[in-house]
Design a protein around this ligand. Structure first.
Ligand code: GDP
Ligand code: MN
Length: 349
């Protein structure tokens, strides 16, 4: 053979088009997206990738939630793309407005101040309602009530690899309640009193704190201070019954009354992460190395060349954030005495 041809091997045979697995093998689960009508083309891109890489073989449902009614373009476009059933829900007013104990003048002054200090989304009212909704309400929307597991998908994400198994079923069969692909440190300016509020909750509700918890993921001094590590919640696969439990709802209510969603700019990522780390057992939290993922500006590209080849990943392994200094994922592995995937040493810089 001419030496310009390098080891050309025939492509593997096409996998036969799969039918959705029988209902008893599927989990009782749904995708869920919070979005505005103006997000339609960005969520279309996300859906297309979720379908191509996974859901075309499973046909899980998709719930869309919005503080305003979805328009026809949004509904038509997304229904055409999703292979399962689609559902469109309006968020009740009291889940997307100021609770009566919030001093709105004080909240406004905070926004002006945070805006001047150029803190990301610091001046935004809607972003605060969004974070509070994702923290405390999406899992209680009537459209979500029929499901046990959710997978959160945001606009403009990328999925880089085939998902060759059913992550919902994995969660169910392995009794996992929360999962992530990226973790990092939160901006301190957005959560200065969050940990005080959490400590108050822990004192008032010791019955909700798990014995074999992940406190050491969150704190380097036995719980005195928060190290700002959190799981990035724009990707989440989780257990809705856990979020609907007394433990989680008591936790959310306690934080909500302390006012930091409006007097600071608490994000749903640290709020979910702290809950998972304190109220779940360590082995109920799962890291999905196999799910290649991007949400601006971070990439999770699976560690391990064979994994990337087997799953037909199209991410650049050099972009993988997991083992870099600003990620908390190494800490998660160390805390759980888990072996890091082979090849991680090459990805630390
Ligand atoms: P970022 O990822 O933190 O930069 O925030 P995003 O702008 O991606 O918002 C997070 C999620 O909430 C996305 O799914 C958005 O589509 C959604 N979202 C943000 N603001 C609003 C809003 O005012 N109304 C609705 N319905 N969805 C919103
Ligand atoms: Mn986003």
């Amino acid at each position: 053979a001419p030496d310009t041809v390098q080891d050309a091997s025939p492509p593997p045979p096409e996998a036969p088009a799969e039918k959705a697995p029988p209902a008893d093998e599927r989990a009782n689960a749904t995708f869920v997206t919070l979005a505005r009508n103006s997000d339609v083309w960005e969520i279309a891109k996300s859906i297309r990738q979720v379908e191509d890489r996974f859901n075309r073989n499973y046909h899980y449902d998709w719930v869309f939630l919005n503080d305003k009614p979805f328009d026809d373009t949004f509904k038509k476009t997304t229904t055409a793309l999703v292979s399962g059933k689609t559902h469109y829900g309006l968020i009740p007013k009291n889940h997307w407005s100021y609770p009566d104990w919030i001093d709105q003048d004080k909240a406004k002054k905070v926004r002006e101040d945070m805006g001047q200090r150029k803190i990301i989304y610091g001046d935004s009212v809607s972003y605060r309602h969004m974070c509070r909704y994702e923290s405390g309400f999406f899992f209680r929307h009537p459209l979500m009530e029929q499901y046990d597991y959710y997978w959160r998908v945001e606009p403009s994400i990328d999925l880089y690899c085939d998902i060759s198994f059913d992550p919902f079923k994995f969660m169910r069969d392995n009794k996992k309640k929360y999962s992530f692909v990226l973790s990092l440190y939160e901006y301190y300016e957005t959560i200065p009193t969050l940990w005080d509020s959490v400590k108050k909750f822990m004192k008032e509700h010791p019955e909700h704190i798990a014995e074999d918890n992940s406190l050491s993921f969150l704190s380097d001094d036995g719980g005195k201070t928060y190290n700002k590590c959190h799981f990035w919640s724009n990707f989440e696969i989780g257990d809705l019954n856990w979020l609907r439990s007394d433990a989680y709802v008591d936790y959310f209510d306690s934080l909500d009354h302390d006012g930091g969603f409006f007097y600071e700019r608490w994000g749903d990522a640290p709020v979910h992460s702290i809950a998972a780390a304190l109220m779940l057992k360590r082995d109920e939290i799962h890291f999905f190395n196999e799910i290649g993922y991007y949400h601006v500006p971070f990439t999770h590209c699976p560690t391990g060349e064979q994994t990337r080849l087997d799953l037909k990943c199209h991410c650049n392994p050099n972009d993988n954030f997991d083992w870099k200094g600003y990620s908390c994922t190494a800490r998660f592995f160390e805390m759980n005495n888990m072996d890091k995937p082979a090849g991680y040493e090459d990805e630390q810089e």
